[in-house]
Design a protein around this ligand. Sequence first.
Ligand code: NAG
Ligand code: NAG
Ligand code: NAG
Length: 353
Amino acid sequence: MSAFLHQRIPLQLSDPQPISPRSSSSPQKSSYPLLSRIGLVILLLLMVVMGVLIPLTGISDGVFTVRRSSKWMGYTLEQAVPFVAKDGTVIVCAVSLPYLPFLNNWLISISRQKHQDKVLVIAEDYATLDKVNEKWPGHAVLIPPAPDAQMAHKFGSQGFFNFTSRRPRHLLRILELGYNVMYNDVDMVWMADPFPYMVGNHDVYFTDDMTPVKPLNHSHALPPPGKKGRPYICSCMIFMRPTAGAKLVLNKWIEEMQEQPWSREKKANDQPAFNFALMKTAEQADLYLLPQVAFPTGGLYFRNKTWVRETKGKHVIIHNNYIIGFEKKIKRFKDYGLWLVDDHAEESPLGRI
Ligand SMILES: *[C@@H]1O[C@H](CO)[C@@H](O)[C@H](O)[C@H]1NC(C)=O
Ligand SMILES: *[C@@H]1O[C@H](CO)[C@@H](O)[C@H](O)[C@H]1NC(C)=O
Ligand SMILES: *[C@@H]1O[C@H](CO)[C@@H](O)[C@H](O)[C@H]1NC(C)=O
């Protein structure tokens, strides 16, 4: 379950909720020439004081993050997607500052498959936008408004729901631009190139989050609903073509999220809504379940050594889910030799971060 990735806030973050880009980037011409000289001096003094004192005192950099990142604030999805896309395809993820190590780990594994050039990071805060673009210009975009960082990472919170509910909207916008899109959670590691598995001309490709072992020749149809009245498809790894069928699924997903608004009881995330959307559009959209052996849930890969041994060499993307907690995820990746950032940072387009 992709939700587990966002389980904790290990770092204290300032709220990067931006002042509207438009209002902060339209400098007013002074119409009071008499005041301007004194005003200028005061302004200069103020800037010096703030420039010196703020970094020293470490006062929340929320406001200053916005100012500092002005260079990338106007960078839109409409500019970013054509810039990074190769062969009409982009690979996207959505990341906030605490997850940069996971982003880098994922990027190293993608670089090994030579697909890093088409990666676009959807930054969920301005610090991430700056950091990624500073090392790798043009590969991060922030789609305003930035979600509240404090709230966005408490699994089950309304902030978390808001955070994940943005995903289908972002994906739809990319499809509307006419590109294929692969979405990944960043607690994933590529063992092989996934694109040869996107066979045929289906609208939407996805993976099952269920742990029971399936036969190698299992059906590629949407699995039947389980106990909760829906299948357990993971919203963590999705490939879509810019077709009417794929857009229909995304629109249904957005609709489903609105119809099942957040409640403390349900601890909603976007995965149930995705599954209901798939169920309800299965007749109209061409759906394709990817092979379990290549795209196993973490609940299978990390829990069944026999299966892993028997299917050695057939795994394509490993998802570090079915575990709760940031440190636990890192430890598990380390235990399985999938934590690449400590020794192989130079293989990432971001280098060591
Ligand atoms: C979540 O989104 C709703 C609707 O856009 C908004 O009213 C609410 O303040 C948001 N809550 C949090 C915690 O981000
Ligand atoms: C998979 O293979 C088994 C045995 O060869 C066969 O009985 C079954 O019908 C196949 N299933 C599918 C979905 O093709
Ligand atoms: C583990 O994998 C083996 C080999 O595929 C399988 O026979 C067994 O049922 C699996 N165990 C569980 C608990 O799923």
